[in-house]
Ligand binder design. Structure first.
Ligand code: UDP
Ligand code: MG
Length: 137
């Protein structure tokens, strides 16, 4: 059993495909341990993506992530981190495999519909960024 953080980004929330995206997680055997819809401030988005602070896309990315509501979820299941990344597809939708969320819903390398933790350490940081212990019971 493993847990990972998933975000449905502002572009996908605007497209009204929250349900379609969530059903893909469920159909692939992941369970939703916690979930909420929130709207991050620019500062909150910068804190979430702090690992990317030196990257050239950091300012644009954090503008995008704070432009509208998002859905944050904790997904759980066997190998949840890798499984979620597989269901999401490559960062750039042009390179994403058929049937992945990013292939079907992403607009471009920035506005790419979903986020998923990439390792146990980032999953722990990212889950704690949005959810308290009580919300995870
Ligand atoms: N991103 C971007 N330009 C790039 C690479 C990434 O705008 O050249 C954005 C994109 O929204 C991506 C996020 O920054 O999802 C985090 O980048 P990362 O390399 O961690 O990709 P991910 O783990 O989301 O696939
Ligand atoms: Mg990443």
């Amino acid at each position: 059993m493993e847990r990972t953080l998933s975000i449905i980004k502002p572009d996908a929330v605007k497209k009204n495909v929250i349900g379609e995206i969530i059903s893909r997680f469920e159909k692939n055997g992941l369970r939703i341990a916690a979930m909420k819809k929130i709207w991050m401030t620019k500062e909150e988005a910068k804190g979430f993506y702090i690992v990317h602070k030196e990257r050239p896309f950091y300012d644009d990315l954090t503008d995008f992530m704070s432009e509208g509501p998002i859905v944050v979820m904790v997904l759980e299941g066997k190998g949840a981190i890798a499984k979620n990344r597989e269901i999401m597809g490559a960062t750039n939708p042009a390179n994403a495999a058929p049937g992945t969320i990013r292939k079907d819903f992403a607009e471009n390398i920035e506005r790419n519909a979903v986020h998923g933790s990439d390792a146990p350490e980032t999953a722990a940081f990212e889950i704690a960024y949005f959810f308290s212990a009580l919300e995870l019971l």
